[in-house]
Design a binder for this molecule. Structure first.
Ligand SMILES: [Zn+2]
Length: 307
């Protein structure tokens, strides 16, 4: 609570009182990893399957209602079907969960910062009788860490006596995750799902920021023609150049693409496109400029006032 309140001053630690405390004496045997089909969770599972020093997941947990609209039944069935085949390809079980919490809380709380980890790990703890370790995947690498719902400094604090919560994958950037693990696995590529727009119920739209960056990463890794879930879409320099970089994290990711493309040298048109997106001011920044100017003016003329 102290960390969260440090991230957001509107949040205050609360006192927790309990009439009695109980020790969880269960000793579950399974290991689960949350799995959406995306780059982060695919990387985590492949890393654990391929390293005998790490506990291999016995199950994947797929949550309906997190990153796509669970009420779209056709898309839900498509996601379920493909992820079930990926789980079978990995040789592990699949556990499905469903939540409508996001539909209730989205109007009030920002998903990425405040909702994501508590909802996900709360679902994990509801299954803690089955799993002694539950793995959640990092969406942000260590050099780019920002206060965010899924964070290596906070996620393990959800652990109990019976179930250890592990935050994995922050050692690798998105481009590295694709190159090091995802591009090497036809099983992971067969279900790769990164889109957050899903227009017309598309599994991957092939046009949004996440789809385009994943396509660029797959092309760099030489795996584009082995990934069936983008229906033949290609990295499009025009779409990449037009991307709206709304925060520092997105800008850092673009800088990483530029450095990787520059070192690779095979796709100068993509390098130019990413540089163009970086040179543009984001729409959000342009929208805030008039307010910032107003703050400067007002503070200059009435220093005691703060907008
Ligand atoms: Zn998309």
């Amino acid at each position: 609570m102290q960390i969260w309140s440090g991230w957001n001053r509107r949040l205050q630690p609360v006192e927790i009182r309990a009439a009695e405390t109980l020790t969880d004496e269960r000793r579950p045997e399974g290991v689960a990893s949350f799995y959406s089909g995306g780059v982060d969770s695919s990387y985590t599972v492949l890393k654990h399957i391929g390293d005998p020093r790490l506990a291999t997941p016995s199950h994947l947990i797929l949550v309906h209602g997190f990153d796509y609209d669970r009420r779209n039944l056709a898309l839900r069935e498509l996601v379920r079907d493909r992820i079930a085949k990926v789980a079978a390809g990995f040789g592990v079980g699949l556990v499905e969960a469903e939540t409508n919490l996001r539909e209730l809380t989205d109007p009030f709380v920002f998903w990425g910062t405040l909702q994501y980890a508590p909802l996900q790990l709360g679902i994990g703890l509801a299954m803690s009788g089955e799993f002694w370790r539950i793995i959640t995947s990092s969406g942000i690498s260590y050099p780019m860490l920002i206060p965010f719902g899924g964070h290596p400094g906070v996620d393990p604090l959800w652990s109990t006596e019976a179930t250890e919560i592990v935050h994995e994958g922050a050692e690798a950037s998105r481009v590295e995750k694709v190159a090091w693990q995802v591009a090497r696995s036809d099983v992971a590529l067969s279900g790769l799902r990164v889109c957050y727009m899903n227009p017309g119920g598309a599994y991957n739209c092939g046009r949004c920021v996440k789809c385009q960056r994943t396509l660029a990463a797959l092309q760099l890794a030489g795996a584009l023609d082995r990934c069936p879930t983008f229906d033949g879409a290609l990295p499009d320099p025009e779409l990449i150049a037009a991307a709206d970089l709304v925060d520092d994290q997105m800008r850092d990711q673009v800088r990483e693409f530029i450095a990787t493309l520059k070192a690779d040298g095979r796709y100068p048109e993509l390098e130019t496109a990413f540089e163009a997106s970086l040179s543009r001011r984001s729409r959000r920044a342009r929208l805030h400029e008039p307010l910032s100017a107003l703050r400067v003016l007002r503070n200059r003329h009435a220093p005691s006032l703060r907008l």
